[in-house]
Write a protein that binds this ligand. Structure first.
Ligand SMILES: [Zn+2]
Ligand SMILES: [Zn+2]
Length: 238
């Protein structure tokens, strides 16, 4: 007796036939693959500084035009928009805790790491602990560990998300920190930071809305680490 295992698309549940579903490390049907392929066209023209989708290559970037002052981030790259399939992937992974999507998110982010070599340290933007507990895993840490394993980059969880109930912090301190803080700050100060073998840092998040989170996290890291910091996000919400 022969059993046939039908691969089902991880995103829509439809069966994949033949070679369908082999583009990514998890099964994705041909129509969902086509939707993801559109991202490559859409984000071909992106601002080299902030990663915003531009209509044509030499267009003035509206986001860079609006932002004032120096950013602690050298560049930000975005893979796709936070709508349609991008929105479905992020919500299913982050809100519904569908952990198998970690591999797909890593597949989508990985080509943007090709330029960075093994001397890059990948750092996730941290989630709130209560959401990690609810979901059962830290969704960005999983993606970053996967990316580091595939690319020989380093991985370090350097930041924490401060809780409302965080002890020892006044309300003003929480507001000043924008909800994020460096872990083990004293440890980093005492360790000879110059001996760290990585030359660049890559801060990775799922969605960029205003860019405030990336900006504040990169600011915290740049206070301690003397290396260029780049940002990478899966979905951009312009
Ligand atoms: Zn599908
Ligand atoms: Zn820009």
């Amino acid at each position: 007796m022969t059993y046939f295992f039908i691969k089902r698309c991880i995103l829509c549940g439809l069966p994949c036939s033949g070679m369908d579903g082999d583009t990514y490390s998890v099964p994705v049907c041909s129509s969902c693959t086509a939707e993801l392929d559109e991202w490559k066209n859409l984000y071909r023209n992106q601002c080299p500084t902030c990663g915003t989708f531009l209509l044509w290559q030499r267009q003035d970037c509206p986001r860079c035009h609006e932002s004032e002052g120096e950013s602690p981030l050298e560049t930000i790259r975005c893979v796709g928009p936070f709508r349609g399939i991008g929105r479905r992937i992020v919500l299913a992974y982050k809100k519904s805790g569908y952990r198998r999507l970690c591999g797909l998110c890593a597949d989508l982010l990985e080509p943007s790491l090709a330029q960075s070599s093994h001397d890059c340290l990948i750092v996730p933007v941290p989630s709130q602990q209560k959401n990690v507990r609810k979901r059962g895993f830290d969704h960005m840490a999983c993606i970053c560990r996967e990316l580091a394993a595939r690319t020989n980059c380093g991985y370090a969880s350097l930041l924490i998300h401060l809780q409302e109930e965080q002890k020892g912090l006044t309300r003003q301190q929480r507001l000043d920190s924008h909800g994020y803080a460096l872990k083990h700050l004293l440890f980093f100060r005492r360790t000879a930071i110059s001996r760290i073998p990585w030359k660049t840092m890559l801060l990775v998040d799922d969605v960029r809305t205003s860019g405030g989170t990336l900006h504040h996290c990169a600011g915290l890291l740049s206070n301690v680490f003397q290396m260029p910091i780049h940002g990478l996000v899966l979905c951009d919400e312009p």
